[in-house]
Design a protein around this ligand. Structure first.
Ligand code: FAD
Length: 481
């Protein structure tokens, strides 16, 4: 039997269900990746993400070559290309790991139907999450809408099943399964229509495993506090790896739990707090699978203040936010970190999102799209779920009346302004007491800090207190309508 393994967001050989199952069931195996031409053309994802993916593929190609399995790739409409490859190489079955995005579900159904018409089997496996939407349901089998309840059921399921991790297939077995097809060099970012960049987080399975090891050996045991401090390496930075599947979520959870038996200081509370974040990731995937309307609409229709009308004022404010020139240092540092590196600290993501939606009153979908285009970890489920949370329209949403005060947030989480100074060099010489609100510096202080407000660094584009009051008043009007 000959099998085609269609690789998508699972770019690794460890704990790789589609690859392992194909190895168990087939005498011959061909691994395939398809560059999705319409998606490339749409520019939904930016250069950072595309370069990261290419880096992961590069390493995957080498890992598969070590197993004797040359990676094949194609470029075009994924449905057409997979079916064409299956016919051309006369395979009996196509294996892939499931994806839960509405668009991916439609695509996979189309591939399945066309393969069935050709008499080719399609075998799909669970991979991207520990538990799929149907596996963690409420008491009457309904999809879950509250994280707390979902989390409790997720853990019950974990203890009942104890999901296992699959090893890398044995090369002495896989080399015998290779089909004589020559490998071809992967396309460059430029050939795909994107700018060449060196990703800020190293791509590939090897780095994902190293990064996990680094995190498990230290920072995880200080995570509950460390994750809120943008100036330090307090979180795992595994999000792009989980996004592209260079590490499996099962491996991550097992590694975290095993770290509790390490010698040296360990903290159960911190480890469980980190696993909570992985469960949030799964929660948002099940929300997307069960409530696909969230892609275009709020999860729930709540009375939230209307967004600012389209027009020049809105565009100027949005541009200031995108480029990190709002006059609010923590917001500007976050947006510049995103623009420069393709990653942003979680606490700062919440601050910039609240600022866009509640201070600037710009629709959350504009922020969501901007993040999607710039993030290395751009993921529909997590991005949409979090933006809806910040907009107070989501599942366990931030209460509508809660509006982050950017200055208070940065005083609390970046007290000396170390993070701010890293990304907003104009503020490098501003004293710690003024770094969170530099527009309050006297003219003499501005001279000493070599930073003239309004010239070297922008004045605040809105007054937070006034913007907050306006937002709350508009909110009251919505409720009484
Ligand atoms: C407005 C906004 C947009 C976001 N967009 C994305 C996105 O497109 N892709 C993405 O992966 N995360 C997104 N997040 C969630 C979170 O910010 C990142 O997952 C996290 O910062 C990644 O850093 P880390 O790997 O060091 O996380 P860690 O703190 O080490 O957490 C471990 C893993 O858990 C998952 N995770 C952590 N926090 C969350 C969360 N709040 N929601 C869902 N999963 C989470 C991630 O996979 C992460 O890698 C967004 C958050 C906000 C507020």
């Amino acid at each position: 039997m000959r099998g085609l393994v269609w690789l998508r967001r699972d770019l690794r050989v460890h704990d790789q269900p589609a690859l392992t199952t194909a190895c168990e069931e087939c005498d011959e195996i061909i691994p395939l990746f398809v560059f999705d031409e319409p998606l490339l053309q749409s520019k939904e994802f930016g250069s950072a993400c595309v370069n990261f993916m290419l880096g992961c593929l590069d390493e995957l190609q080498a890992s598969l070559a070590a197993l004797g399995l040359p990676l094949q790739w194609r470029r075009g409409c994924q449905v057409d290309e997979v079916v064409r490859a299956a016919l051309e190489w006369e395979v009996d079955a196509v294996y892939w790991n499931r994806d839960y995005e509405p668009r991916a579900l439609l695509r996979d159904r189309a591939v399945q139907e066309r393969l069935a018409r050709e008499g080719i089997a399609a075998k799909t496996l669970k991979d991207h999450v520990v538990f799929e939407a149907e596996e963690v349901r409420g008491a009457t089998g309904e999809p879950m809408q509250r994280y707390g309840a979902y989390r409790a059921r997720w853990w019950a399921k974990w203890h009942a099943i104890k999901p296992t991790v699959r090893p890398v297939p044995d090369p002495s077995m896989t080399t015998r399964k290779a089909v004589r097809l020559s490998p071809s060099p992967l396309p460059t970012a430029k050939e795909l229509g994107y700018e060449h960049l060196v990703p800020w987080i190293t791509p590939g399975e090897g780095h994902a495993r190293e990064q996990l090891r680094w995190f498990i050996e230290g920072p995880i045991h200080r995570y509950a506090d460390g994750r809120n401090r943008p100036a330090i390496d307090g979180s795992s930075k595994l999000s792009p790896h989980l996004r592209f599947g260079t590490i499996s979520p099962r491996v991550a959870v097992h590694a975290a739990l095993e770290s509790l038996s390490h010698k040296g200081p360990v903290s159960r509370t911190d480890v469980l707090t980190w696993i909570d974040e992985l469960i949030w990731r799964e929660f948002f995937h099940q929300v997307l699978a069960a409530f696909p309307h969230v892609v275009d609409r709020p999860f729930r229709q709540t009375a939230v203040p209307p967004s600012r009308d389209p027009g020049l004022e809105r565009d100027v404010l949005f541009q200031a936010w995108c480029s990190g020139r709002t006059g609010y240092p923590i917001v500007d540092a976050g947006m510049r970190q995103l623009n420069q590196t393709g990653w942003m600290h979680n606490r700062v993501r919440m601050i910039v999102a609240s600022f866009l939606i509640k201070d600037l009153r710009i629709d959350w979908q504009s922020g969501e799209r901007y993040f999607m285009h710039h993030l290395l970890d751009a993921d529909l489920a997590a991005n949409n779920g979090n933006w809806q949370w910040c907009a107070s329209t989501g599942t366990d949403s931030m209460p509508g009346y809660r509006i982050f005060n950017p200055a208070l947030q940065s005083k609390k989480f970046d007290p000396d302004g170390v993070y701010i100074r890293r990304y907003v060099p104009e503020l490098a010489y501003v004293a710690a007491k003024s770094i969170h609100e530099p527009h309050l510096m006297t003219p003499e202080e501005q001279i000493r800090a070599q930073c003239r407000i309004g010239t070297d660094y922008p004045s605040p584009v809105v007054d937070h207190q006034l913007a907050r009051e306006e937002y709350l008043n508009l909110g009251k009007q919505e409720v009484t309508r």
